[in-house]
Design a protein around this ligand. Sequence first.
Ligand code: ADP
Ligand code: MG
Length: 179
Amino acid sequence: MAENIKEQKIALRRLIRQRKKMFSQEQLQQKSQKICEKLHQLLDNINYKHIMLYYPLPDEVDVRPLFDRIQANKCLILPTVLGDDIVPVSFTKDSTFKEGAFHILEPQNDSYSGPIDVILVPGMAFDNKGNRLGRGKGYYDRFLQQHLQTPSIGVCFDFQLLDVVPSEDFDKKVDCVIY
Ligand code: ADP
Ligand code: MG
């Protein structure tokens, strides 16, 4: 049974990679801009101070416009990878970035251990129940397991929303998905 789910996940990751190839970088950028508008509206209507964003890989929704648009009184946080764990690091517009694990850019700041009020979660696929498919290493499953009370917002392109994303015991859902 579990083996079957792992195979389904592998097949769905392949499907999503194929779907992504059908769009140019320009098309993905246009989609990203619309998604950022939606995220901005959503965030404008929730009460938070500390937000964990993510630094996008080339095939992920580009949420970098939010880095600048979020009001200056908020605390911005990005994930960095340390071994098997996501380590949060706060950043500002003056931070310098360096490539970390998996080619993800990471701010060169000290790790952040304060509160996190809302988490943006990238994913290869989501379904409308909030089930999430990642890249297969379980980083966000482990991280969200430590932040069960923190609202989480899945972020993906429309073609990454699937009817059903298969889940195992350790998979963590997001509270809503913006696409
Ligand atoms: P992804 O969520 O990136 O799509 P998977 O859900 O397939 O990846 O998980 C990848 C691996 O991560 C799993 O095989 C599992 O062993 C590990 N994993 C997930 N959550 C945890 C956890 N809370 N503790 C330890 N290992 C975990
Ligand atoms: Mg998972």
